[in-house]
Design a protein. Structure first.
Length: 568
């Protein structure tokens, strides 16, 4: 053991003033030459508790060298890791839609999807999950949001980039999509489940108008990452991706819009009362008729539909009672029993004129809510979303001046479009830069700058979760609980060869133990006199032993794996 201590001490002192990665590797090689004469035993690892089945290197994209410099070496390294993540979904969808759909689909059923992947593909998905989870769980919302910008930009490769704030661009990133327009603007938000998308009304209008010598924008696509958290620990357990695209044509649907409400689809179903007495539920296109109803037990006949919650402007599933079971000579007999309100609500029909309903043969009809398979209780309500005519929101007043003024602005936009004017003319008018607006020389209230409003960044628009979920599109959900992530790493490792796993893990172990050895505050003082307790020396010696073990196992794994691939 003294030989090992002397070798490491000598090399440490020799290289102390000329330390680099190259010299570190040389030191490892020199120490390696002495390992044949030393009995090296596997020691405890301090990093084991935080170690997954596979420990990957850190390739977190940085703002400058990765996010804003597509041609940099760091960027190329990140792209190499992420280059095997594919695209999925409708080919007519945006590239960002297809990419995030592919990711969420893959992680939704990893065990099955891993069966057909190559090692490069598996590594790309592993690295995405590794870095995405690190970003979301180890940083607060502001920092995570900022890291998300270069991460997503670099994920697309090519000339896709994070936009520096110095450019005065409302977009956070610009995506290099295949096709004629390869500079798509994207705004990114990371929110909690009740978080609201906010932004400067003036800046968004200026984007479409063309300002500061920039060409007018044709769209602004928003990608929203909504975090779900555990109730007690408040740990991020999953994220859901949403997308919506604001254009000149749908601007009034998103910015300063009237109040909206959820709706539900209705369909007509036919059934008999006897159906409700069968074992299980009768399901007709998602519709349910049951004697159990909402409680799971009972002798009533229920139809599952939906109800509107007026105050919340939302809808939810609802059970409606239409009958009951009474004793008969041969067992329970179903009979109708409902209020006029229920009959009107369900548009219940098919009841014979004499009022006698034969449970087995009388066909009844009802208009009820449409459900689809999945979700709580095995069925999910199919929801819609629509504007409430004649209403206005707080944003309607602050941005446009009220519902009547917004209607005038909308009519003016339609008139300009009919005469062949480009959308930028309308948005310039909203900024007050065109004398042909409905109120000559005046900008829309939300675009008027100056005073306290300008100091606070101008009037903000607000897009609520109900709005972007109802009017936008859901791209998918990614579960990132500790258990889910660990399970994916385990399933991915099961598809790889042992040498590959050893290479990554030993490289990580080597990095840890080299750091423990050389960063130990032990062995020298300013006067050159050693000051090292037996405990410090033992820890440092153990780190040195472990580092040499790691280096040898790493070398063996590389030789075995690479030679096997080249010889094959």
């Amino acid at each position: 053991m003294s030989d090992l201590r002397n070798i490491l001490k000598e090399e440490y002192n020799k290289k102390a003033n000329a330390f680099s990665l190259t010299t570190l590797l040389e030191m490892v090689e020199e120490v390696m030459s002495a390992t044949n004469a030393i009995d090296l035993k596997e020691g405890p690892r301090g990093a084991r508790e935080r170690e997954r089945v596979i420990r990957l290197p850190n390739v977190m994209p940085t703002e400058i060298t990765v996010g804003q410099k597509p041609g940099s070496e760091d960027r190329q390294q990140f792209q190499l890791w992420m280059s095997n993540i594919g695209m999925s979904g409708d080919a007519s969808s945006s590239a960002i839609n297809q990419k995030l759909t592919a990711l969420t689909n893959f992680f939704d059923n990893p065990k099955e999807n891993l069966k057909g992947t190559t090692i490069p593909e598996t590594l790309s998905y592993l690295m995405f999950l590794n870095q995405f989870v690190y970003m979301l769980k180890e940083f607060n919302a502001s920092v995570a949001g900022f890291l998300w910008e270069p991460f997503l930009a670099a994920l697309f490769g090519g000339k896709s980039r994070q936009v520096p704030t110095s450019e005065g661009d409302i977009a956070d990133i610009r995506i290099d999509e295949p096709g004629a327009d390869r500079n798509k603007p994207i705004s990114l938000k990371i929110l909690n489940e009740v978080g609201v998308v906010k932004g400067s009304f003036y800046d968004l209008v200026a984007h479409f108008a063309g300002a500061d010598g920039k060409p007018p924008g044709t769209e602004m696509r928003y990608i929203i990452v909504v975090k779900q958290q555990t109730e007690k620990e408040k740990d991020v357990s999953g994220v859901t991706f949403y997308e919506f695209n604001i254009t000149a044509d749908n601007f009034f649907e998103w910015i300063g819009h009237p109040l909206h409400r959820q709706t539900f689809e209705v369909r007509s179903v036919t059934f008999t009362l006897a159906d409700a007495n069968k074992k299980g539920w009768l399901k007709v296109g998602g519709a349910q008729v049951s004697r159990a109803g909402p409680t799971g037990t009972g002798n009533y006949i229920w139809i599952r539909t939906a109800k509107t919650l007026e105050k919340r402007r939302s809808v939810s599933p609802d059970w409606v009672r239409i009958g009951s079971f009474v004793k008969g000579p041969d067992g329970p007999v179903a009979q109708l029993s409902f209020t006029p309100e229920v009959q009107e609500r369900l548009q219940l029909s098919g009841i014979p004129e004499d009022g006698v309903v034969v449970p087995d043969t009388t066909k009844l009809k009802a208009n009820i809510a449409q459900f689809k398979a999945g979700g709580v209780g095995g069925a999910t309500l199919v929801k819609g979303y629509e504007a409430i005519p004649g209403t206005e929101s707080k944003d309607t007043k602050e941005l446009w001046g009220g519902k009547d003024e917004m209607a005038k602005w909308a009519d003016f936009a339609a008139q300009l479009k009919e005469t062949g004017q480009p959308p930028s003319v309308f948005f310039s008018a909203v900024l007050g830069n065109d004398p042909g607006i409905p109120w000559p020389g005046q900008a829309a209230p939300g675009a008027r700058r100056g005073g306290e409003r300008e100091e606070k960044g101008g009037t903000q628009f607000h897009i609520t979760p109900n709005h972007y979920k109802g009017l936008g599109g859901k791209l998918g959900t990614l579960r990132i609980t500790t258990q889910a992530v660990e399970k994916f790493f385990e399933e991915a490792a099961a598809t790889m060869n042992e040498e590959l796993i050893t290479m990554f893990n030993k490289l990580a172990d080597l990095n840890d133990n080299i750091g423990r050895f050389f960063l130990a505050n032990c062995g020298q003082s300013e006067e050159g006199v050693e000051k090292c307790t037996d405990k410090d020396a033992a820890r440092r010696t153990e780190a040195g032993q472990n580092a040499m073990n790691d280096a040898k196992e790493l070398e063996d794994a590389v030789i075995k794996s690479v030679s096997g691939m080249t010889e094959g």
